[in-house]
Structures are given as structure tokens and as C-alpha cells.
Unconditional design. Structure first.
Length: 230
């Protein structure tokens, strides 16, 4: 393109005049206008209906709203619902976060003053982060009354899951609770929540409830166990 604007272009590529050398032929001004037109034509146009918090996304033809068009990673095929994009062993891939939910049969009760496992055999195998949120809900009852004579906690471990009545084992997650009953045989609800981090990805982890009592026989019932990797 003929131009008499031979000065250093701006950061956007618009020609400038060299006032010591360029002749005022008008060609330089034309080049400037053409460069500005090209910049305007290449600008991102506001997608129809876009709202606060969204961003424009190029779909290969035009700019559209981020809420209606997914962002694809170059060289990675589309994943499935519920998957996340993660790097595993140096490779970028779609993967499903681990989750587990069980409703075990009511375990045999215990009259042991030493903490024993309930043998609930909850299990999860972390797949991505090694961070897991655990929740356990259920009810407990005792054949005798006590104010704080029952101890209930939460433990995890690897390898074979402990059976009902096995000595306390694994890693304690959170505090153990001293609880009681005011009416023998009454069912009292309980809920436990714990977060475990730094777990080995690909290694199965069991989770279970340790229990002890200083009076009577204590029994768990109607248990729901959930583990979700995050």
C-alpha cells in the first residue's frame, strides 16, 4: 500500500508520520484510516443477550455467550457429564471425581468398654485430588441409660476393612464424641462429618465407625454413609 507515513507505527499498528521526511500527499492519512478500520472490524462484538458475569466465546464463526457455549481445550475431546478436566500422570484428560454412598445393614451392637469397629465397610477410591468429604448419619440406642458413657467416632484406612467387633484401627478423622441416652431403648440420631486430604489417588480407602460403651449394649441403626471427592 502506498503511504507517505513512514514513522514508527503505534502499538496497534497504525502508521505515523515522519515529520522530517514524509511528504503531505494524503497517502499516509489514508493508510491510518484503513488501519483503524481493520482494528474496528476485528473487535469483539457484544453477543446478543450477554449479561453480567459472562464472557464472549468464539465458536468458530462468531462471538457467543459463555453460558450457552462450552469452552473446549485444544487437542482434548469433549468429556461426559459430571467429568472434570485434569492432569493425570502428565496427561490432560477428562476424569470423574470419586463418590460413594451406602446404606449398610444394621451392625451387631457392642458392650465393650474398649473401642471396637462396627464393620460397616464404607469404601471410596480417590481418582483426582485425594481430598474427600465424608458424612455419616444414623441412630444409636442403648439398653441402659447414661449421660456420656457412649463413645462414637469416625476412622478411615487402607487395606482390608475391619469387621464388626475388631479392635479400633485406622486413622481417626475429627473428634470422638461422648454421648448418652436418657431412656433405655430409645433411638437417638447422630451425624458425623470429616474431611481427609492427601489421600493416595487410585488407592481404595475404607471408612467405619468405632464405638464403645461403659454401660449396657449400644447398637447403631439406619445408617447412611457418603463419601465425595472434591
Amino acid at each position: 500500500m502506498a503511504t507517505d507515513a513512514t514513522g514508527t507505527p503505534t502499538s496497534l499498528g497504525i502508521p505515523t508520520y515522519n515529520v522530517d521526511a514524509d511528504a503531505p500527499s494524503g497517502l499516509g492519512n489514508t493508510a491510518q484510516m484503513q488501519a483503524i478500520d481493520a482494528l474496528i472490524a476485528a473487535r469483539i462484538s457484544k453477543p446478543s443477550g450477554i449479561v453480567s458475569g459472562e464472557v464472549p466465546v468464539w465458536n468458530g464463526t462468531t462471538w457467543v455467550r459463555s453460558s450457552t457455549t462450552g469452552l473446549a481445550a485444544a487437542g482434548v475431546a469433549a468429556g461426559s457429564a459430571g467429568q472434570i478436566l485434569a492432569t493425570v500422570s502428565g496427561a490432560t484428560t477428562w476424569i470423574q471425581m470419586a463418590q460413594s454412598q451406602i446404606t449398610p445393614a444394621d451392625p451387631a451392637g457392642t458392650s465393650s468398654a474398649s473401642t471396637v469397629m462396627m464393620g460397616l465397610a464404607g469404601s471410596i477410591t480417590p481418582a483426582v485430588s485425594g481430598r474427600v468429604l465424608f458424612t455419616v448419619q444414623g441412630q444409636y440406642t442403648c439398653t441402659s441409660t447414661t449421660t456420656t458413657g457412649i463413645t462414637l467416632g469416625f476412622r478411615t484406612g487402607t487395606g482390608s476393612a475391619p469387621v464388626n467387633g475388631a479392635p479400633s484401627t485406622g486413622t481417626s478423622r475429627g473428634n470422638a464424641y461422648a454421648i448418652g441416652v436418657t431412656v433405655a431403648g430409645a433411638y437417638i440420631p447422630f451425624s458425623l462429618t470429616a474431611i481427609a486430604t492427601g489421600l493416595a489417588v487410585g488407592t481404595a480407602l475404607w471408612f467405619d465407625i468405632p464405638l464403645s460403651t461403659s454401660v449396657g449394649t449400644v447398637t447403631l441403626a439406619r445408617i447412611n454413609m457418603t463419601a465425595v471427592e472434591f
